[in-house]
Design a protein around this ligand. Structure first.
Ligand code: DGJ
Length: 569
């Protein structure tokens, strides 16, 4: 604590940015591949981030934050995502003020919480409202992107080396400051670099310098990478390249196909007229002009990598970017940020931004499971920086950590209505008890998860020798709940631990067609964990195990059951 007080006194000053790279400190938070999972390691142990993201402006005032901290703890969070804005820390060029950053760290520590800091630098939700005024008012030095009519957008151009370097300079100062005040405590676990980057309002930057680059060749290093990794590229990306002839050199349009037809105007944010339900299902995924998105992805990834690299040279902890995803009514690049870290351009991001450790989806869309699968390709660890925090979000959380080795989950706007007894708090409470076990089973590949809803009422998952079917169903005179979720871990031979709410669970042999065995519930015990030890509760039988057919988890909270199975013929 003493060191923090000292830093408080020193933090309003001109800080020269040290350019000497610091070596990666093995005790600092980092990512590590252990067995089947890449995990976040904090103080030498795998860590599961039960997180929530504050509203954008909440962390700009320490007074405002004061009553929020204990509410986060009461909701069973262990991590808070809080923004650090460029215009707050560098209001005058070269003069840094870290007093608010220090206060955020102090508040988190006092409340036993960790932090993930969000660097709102050049871009936030595509636009550039967070750079300081000295940047925003000097469009000669810091030019903006242009749309197809030649209008300047409120978006710093990725082609501005001055903007990139100014952003990197400020970010490096922040990371250096974090190293000074947090390299021992490790309150800050990761940093998000920028926020939902990409061009909005058009499919790409059309300023003269951008047009010139677009008419020029695809950089040789990118072409070489694509050729070397041709077989392993994300299939939808490879298809775009192959559909255009799979060329190994040429302009962007020669290599990736032609861009937007000139006579179609891109509506801002929503399609006009909106797609019908039928069209949503069949067409929305195809409605985009890949070349512009690929071109912008190269630009944004290169810029962001430069900023992240400058930061890591000062303090090397995991860094990630978050994506505003393509949605049904935001189907074309330009209606969602064009060039952001979307799954179809992951290859570009992975190659151009090696200093970014995770591409994270802001997962509000209904296609949760599909996107978890797309975002865990190419070894990308799953961290969900934004999502819903309601019953649907709480259910999805279990799916993310159970089926996709998620390292963390973070509903957005967690401070607007903090409910200590809400679905998220309950899910976090249950998972907090199980976290060491979950992390171990992620490493061993012996865990699964499911999220059920009215439109997805059943799922069968294979674990060990069994197929385990989860259902959301009417039970006696009780209607099926709207949501249900579960994680299941194979804890031994024929033994499983399940934490769930609202679902019924049935076991059968993994290959029901060929395997004639019938699965019986040997023993079923409910209970909970205290200090990592199982505390048994009721011995369940009779109605509580559906007369031997399956398990039944109540919908009004999470409960845990250990089951030992047997088989007979
Ligand atoms: C996504 C952004 O990343 C957040 O900062 C916030 O603006 C939310 N959208 C608002 O829903």
């Amino acid at each position: 604590m003493k060191s923090l007080i000292l830093v408080f006194c020193l933090s309003v000053c001109i800080i020269p940015v040290c350019t000497a790279a610091t070596k990666a400190d093995p005790s600092a938070p980092h990512l590590e591949k252990i067995g089947h999972a890449t995990q976040l390691i904090v103080d030498g142990k795998p860590y599961l981030a039960l997180a929530g993201e504050l509203h954008n402006s909440s962390s700009s005032s320490l007074e405002y934050l004061k009553p929020i901290w204990p509410k986060m703890t009461a909701m069973n969070l262990n991590t808070v995502l809080a923004s650090v804005c460029w215009d707050c820390i560098e209001p005058e060029e070269g003069k840094f003020d870290f007093s608010v950053v220090d206060g955020i760290i102090h508040g988190a520590r006092e409340n036993n919480l960790h932090l993930v800091l969000l660097w709102f630098g050049s871009w936030k939700n595509g636009v550039s409202t967070y750079p300081p005024l000295w940047v925003k008012t000097d469009s000669k030095r810091f030019p903006r992107a242009h749309d197809q009519e030649g209008n300047a957008l409120e978006i710093l151009s990725t082609f501005s080396k001055d903007a990139r370097d100014a952003d990197a300079h400020a970010f490096a100062a922040l990371m250096r400051h974090l190293r000074e005040i947090d390299a021992t405590d490790h309150t800050v676990l990761m940093v998000q670099v920028e926020n939902e980057v990409g061009v909005l309002g058009d499919t790409r930057d059309r300023s003269p310098v951008a047009n010139q680059a677009f008419a020029g060749p695809v950089p040789k290093e990118l072409m070489n990478y694509l050729q070397q990794h041709r077989a392993d590229l994300i299939p939808e990306f490879r298809q775009v390249w192959e559909n255009a002839g799979g060329k190994t050199s040429g302009t962007w349009e020669q290599v990736f196909g032609s861009g937007k037809p000139a006579d179609i105007k891109i509506p801002v944010r929503t399609l006009s007229p909106p797609l019908t339900e039928q069209e949503h299902e069949t067409e929305w995924r195809n409605l985009h002009w890949p070349v512009d998105e690929i071109f912008m992805a190269w630009q944004y990834a290169s810029y962001v990598n430069h900023v992240a690299e400058a930061g890591k040279a000062e303090y090397n902890i995991p860094m990630y970017v978050n994506a505003w995803l393509q949605q049904r009514d935001h189907a074309w690049p330009g209606t969602y940020p064009s060039g952001g870290p979307l799954p179809q351009v992951m290859d570009i991001w992975h190659f151009a931004a090696p200093n970014i450790d995770i591409l994270g989806p802001d997962l509000y869309v209904p296609e949760f499971e599909e996107l978890c699968q797309r975002y865990t390709r190419e070894g990308n660890p799953l961290f969900i920086p934004e999502s819903a925090g309601d019953a649907r979000g709480a259910a999805n959380f279990l799916d993310a950590i159970g089926s996709h080795n998620g390292i963390g989950f973070s509903p957005f706007g967690i401070d607007s209505d903090p409910a200590p007894d809400g679905p998220l708090a309950r899910a976090y409470g249950a998972v907090a008890q199980l976290a060491p076990m979950i992390l171990k089973h992620q490493q061993e590949g012996t865990i699964e998860g499911t999220a059920l809803s009215k439109t997805h009422t059943e799922q069968t998952l294979n674990l060990g020798d069994y197929a385990i079917t989860f259902k959301l169903e009417k039970f006696w005179n009780r209607e099926a709940p709207d949501y249900g979720s579960a994680i299941v871990m194979e804890t031994g031979h024929d033994e499983f631990l399940i934490a769930a709410n609202g679902v019924t669970v049935y076991f059968s042999p993994k290959s029901p067609g060929t395997d004639k065995k019938i699965v019986g519930l040997g023993t079923v015990e409910e209970g909970s964990f205290a200090d990592g030890k199982w505390v048994p509760g009721r011995h369940l039988n009779g109605d509580e195990i559906l007369s031997g057919k399956g398990l039944r988890f109540r919908p009004d909270g999470y409960s845990m059951e250990r089951v030992k199975l047997y088989t007979y013929e």
